[in-house]
Write a protein that binds this ligand. Structure first.
Ligand SMILES: [Zn+2]
Length: 225
């Protein structure tokens, strides 16, 4: 009955691909399969921690995909809907494509937290949704209660880079001792300043190795440096 209703709905209000505007089939969401395949590309960056603008406390950084139109719309959808059937497949394809470094084989996954005000507004943390899926597929432990975000980091565009980083370092704190190896999880990685701020806290509370894994990273990086 439900699928019949859905096809009826589709018949009356056809959905179109957000990119090429061809009508979508019932199983397609936001984009047609062709645009998805063309736009969703593995970054193939490997460990790009040394290319991050801020990486003082990080040992490892990996971003599965390039942040293209489809991934962007997809993350947006994830941010506001909280769940998606597309995510498990996206992550499964990515982890089959890239191998974890040996230090991470027993790492604990920690989603980069949102400030509680922002999380309350949004209803959930998209990093947590990604971390849950990764924990399941990698068979690693997930810990989302030990790292807290203190300050509501508002737009910092008027601050200097050094001031921004100082603010960021103060934004996170640990509630207990940190695991030996940690993989921080987030949706997008750009400058590395947020992940590095978390890594600093983890190091201070006992982590020997800290990496960050994200779903995507923007292709054009020179604008961030
Ligand atoms: Zn299309």
């Amino acid at each position: 009955m439900h699928s019949l209703l859905k096809s009826f709905e589709q018949f009356i209000y056809p959905q179109y691909c957000n990119s090429c505007e061809t009508p979508l089939s019932e199983v397609e969401l936001l984009f047609c399969s062709k645009c998805r395949v063309n736009d969703i590309q593995f970054s193939k960056l490997g460990n790009w921690v040394r290319q991050l603008k801020t990486h003082e406390y990080l040992n490892y950084a990996h971003s599965f995909y390039w942040f293209g139109d489809v991934i962007q719309a997809y993350i947006h959808h994830l941010k506001y809907s909280g769940c998606d059937t597309f995510l498990p497949r996206l992550i499964n394809n990515a982890i089959r494509e890239s191998e974890l470094p040996k230090e991470a084989t027993e790492a604990v996954l920690i989603p980069i937290p949102l400030h509680r005000v922002r999380q309350r507004d949004r209803g959930f943390n998209q990093a947590m949704v990604i971390a849950k899926e990764l924990a399941q597929q990698w068979n690693l432990k997930l810990e989302d209660k030990m790292l807290k975000r203190e300050k509501y980091t508002q737009t910092q565009t008027k601050l200097s880079i050094i001031e921004r980083q100082k603010n960021m370092y103060m934004a996170f704190h640990m509630l207990k001792d940190a695991p030996k190896a940690v993989l921080l999880i987030d949706d997008v990685l750009t400058t590395g300043s947020t992940a590095d701020a978390c890594a600093r806290q983890l190091r201070e509370r006992g982590s020997a190795w800290v990496g960050v894994v994200t779903l995507a990273t923007p292709k054009i990086k020179k604008i961030y440096r």
